[in-house]
Design a protein around this ligand. Structure first.
Ligand code: HEC
Length: 258
């Protein structure tokens, strides 16, 4: 009985082994075989690139990260948040129902490097912006277990005491412009002031942020501290903009009426 089931497989392997043996002894046949195998792999990788203009959406209104948000993004990378959190909602029903419209390519247009990820110890964060208050975000980062008792996320309370370094932000923005992010000269020149202004609504510097990044930009004491701009300010500003750089996903995927 068992032998009967295995017989066709045995024959198949035997055939394969014989063909392989013959091919290895004929250099031309082997070369030809390698070319065919490699081209299949090549086509699978290269062909989609020909349709890139149609597959990547365009949104001329998409906004860039402000210097404060970009600094927060760098802290997010430095602290390894991406090791537990993805930032890409797949086109699967359970993901869309849990997190919202699936991620579009255009949404990561200005992300260098992108943080899609595939490891989810914690939830996906692609549509986190405005889901919670700033206060919730700060308290959660200070000690996740105060808000979610079963959480295994580490504490990041020290970010509240770390003053944000802003002197390197102009260079950072200039480097990003080098890879295609449309920062203007004005934005690059004022990066440090804009970072400080976005976290200090009552100062003159705040006006420049509205001017350069639009009236809809969130300018707040993100960490609740008024005396100085901290790394917590930057990280929370970044978390609150996740999924909010463009509203194209919501336009393209209207919520179906039940
Ligand atoms: C060891 C894995 C791990 C790391 C590292 C980690 N997280 Fe989490 N995170 C989790 C888990 C698990 C949850 C779900 C429980 C909870 O809400 O605390 C979570 C939840 C969250 C939530 C709430 C999401 C929601 O929709 O409810 C936010 C926001 C968040 N993490 C941000 C961060 C940030 C920012 C960092 C880096 C500074 C970070 N996490 C690092 C594991 C991690």
């Amino acid at each position: 009985m068992f032998k009967k089931i295995l017989k066709p497989f045995a024959r198949m392997f035997e055939f394969q082994a014989r063909t392989h043996y013959r091919m290895e002894r004929h250099s031309m046949a082997l070369t030809f075989g390698i070319i065919i195998a490699a081209s299949i792999g090549g086509i699978v990788e290269i062909a989609p690139l020909f349709t890139i203009d149609e597959t990547v959406e365009v949104d001329p209104d998409m906004r860039v990260y402000t210097p404060l948000e970009q600094a927060g993004r760098d802290i997010y990378i430095r602290e390894g948040c991406y090791a537990c959190h993805s930032q890409m909602i797949r086109t699967l029903r359970d993901e869309v129902e849990r997190y919202g419209p699936y991620s579009l390519a255009v949404e990561s247009q200005y992300d260098h490097p992108m943080l899609w990820g595939s490891k989810r110890t914690g939830p996906d964060l692609a549509r986190l912006g405005d889901k919670y208050s700033d206060d919730w975000q700060v308290r959660h980062l200070v000690n996740p277990r105060d808000l979610v008792p079963e959480s295994v996320m580490p504490q990041y309370a020290f970010l509240l005491d770390e003053p944000l370094r802003t002197d390197d932000l102009s260079d950072r923005l200039a480097a990003l412009r080098g890879v295609g992010v449309p920062y203007t000269d004005d934005m690059i020149l004022n990066a440090a002031d804009d970072a400080a202004g976005q976290a200090q609504p009552d100062t003159d510097k705040a006006d420049g942020v509205f001017e350069r990044y639009g009236d809809a930009t969130a300018i707040r004491y993100f960490d609740g501290r008024r005396d100085r701009v901290t790394e917590m300010d930057a990280l929370v500003a970044y978390l609150q903009i996740l999924g909010k750089l463009t509203d194209l996903p919501a336009q393209m995927q209207p919520v179906a009426e039940e």
